[in-house]
Design a protein around this ligand. Structure first.
Ligand SMILES: [Zn+2]
Length: 390
């Protein structure tokens, strides 16, 4: 009968700084041998805590490998060291030379693109956001400029991108049992799991599915031409470079569906562009749930979801609140792409047998959120809100 340990082979490999794919990608994998450096010569079987090199014979059980690599007398001594390390938060990180990630194929390439399920992502992101705070500047911006209340800010989960904690936050999350690799934001480098906090200063916007679960995080950047970016992972080895993990990028954001569904059907919802805008519109009094596209050209999966909403949620009408730039006259010889994308979306909605109501409003306000805020502050007239096309 094998002795029971509180740690497993994944922990041992992490501790030793040996890169491996983790359990999420199949029970067995071939990895580079840390002893003879044979490429994909070492087999790891997660369920059996086995790890062995087919070329040099290193390893066997996880403790045999640890004994060899740590240079200690016995396997029990290796077990003692590993057991003690479990309670501490500092992993030993073995520096490895940087390599071009494009070189990697097979499970490494698969690993690069694979993103964990919504359930896992929601769990990890929820815990991650609990560690963070919202800076005073961001709080003022969301309340004074955008018109949100503190309870609304709390409910949506906006938090400032932290300046520190790249290593300590992932360690704390792992202690709480969160899975990190395969969740955009986290990556592995030299055997350590780190958080990618270097994408810029700003605040996180949780992007949610129909059930309110967090699909991914957007950052609203404090400065720069592009204001909204996706949180991604990157690494010098294995994982995704910024922007390359498309599988982890959610298609659109949902507000208010879970609550409306509890109360019955969802006959109407509003369509807009940009997650933060949808959060603000529903907070400023728009009475129906909202779907926010993350870029008008990104319509992948929208029609499947509309069908589902029609068949399971009793959806009948979609109200179009996309930005007023669709009315801007294009320069001679150019096209108005915003209008083109909006027209395509509306045509497809009609094809599904749903009604579409397209709204326009006081054109001093580009976004529907800006208009609702102006209305609330007495700077716009409700009568300017009209259906211009059905
Ligand atoms: Zn070997």
């Amino acid at each position: 009968m094998a002795k029971e340990f509180t740690f497993d082979v994944a922990f041992v490999l992490d501790y030793l700084g040996v890169a491996h794919p983790g359990r999420g990608f199949g029970d067995a994998a071939y990895i580079d041998c840390p002893v003879c450096h044979g490429k994909r010569k070492m087999q790891v079987v997660y369920s059996k805590n086995l790890v062995r090199c087919n070329k040099c014979g290193a390893g066997g059980g996880m403790l045999a490998l640890a004994k060899e690599m740590l240079g200690v007398e016995s396997r029990s001594e290796a077990a003692r060291i590993l057991g003690a390390a479990q309670g501490s938060t500092s992993f030993r990180c073995v520096p490895q030379p940087s390599e071009d990630p494009r070189k990697y194929q097979g499970w490494e390439a698969q690993y690069k693109a694979k993103t964990l399920s919504v359930e896992v992502r929601d769990h990890t992101y929820t815990h991650y956001l609990h560690y963070l705070t919202l800076s005073d500047d961001h709080f003022q911006q969301l309340t004074k400029v955008r018109g949100l209340t503190p309870p609304q800010i709390e409910a949506f989960g906006f938090k400032s991108v932290p300046m520190m904690g790249k290593r300590t936050i992932p360690e704390a999350l792992q202690d709480e049992g969160c899975r990190l690799l395969g969740v955009p934001l986290f990556y592995q480098k030299d055997g350590c799991v780190l958080a990618n906090l270097g994408q810029g200063k700003g605040f996180y916007i949780p992007v949610r599915d129909l059930g309110g679960r967090i699909l991914g995080l957007q950052i609203r950047l404090d400065e720069g031409k592009t204001r909204y970016i996706w949180v991604t992972s990157w690494s010098d080895r294995y994982l995704m470079k910024a922007g390359s993990n498309l599988a982890g990028i959610p298609k659109f954001h949902h507000v208010g569906f879970a609550e409306a569904r509890k109360a019955g059907t969802v006959p109407v919802f509003g369509l807009t562009e940009g997650p933060l805008k949808a959060d603000i519109c529903t907070s400023l009094g728009y009475p129906y749930p909202m779907i926010a596209l993350c870029g008008l050209s990104n319509q992948l999966g929208l029609y499947e979801e509309l069908k589902r909403l029609r068949d399971e949620y009793g959806l009948k009408t979609v109200q179009d609140f996309t930005d007023m730039d669709k009315f801007a006259l294009p320069r001679p010889g150019e096209k108005n792409y915003v209008k083109e994308h909006c027209d395509t979306i509306c045509r497809k909605i009609r094809e599904l047998g749903l009604r579409i109501e397209r709204y326009s409003w006081d054109q001093r306000y580009k976004g529907f959120d800006d208009f609702l805020l102006a209305l609330k502050r007495g700077n716009a007239d409700e009568k300017s809100l009209q259906v211009w096309q059905r």
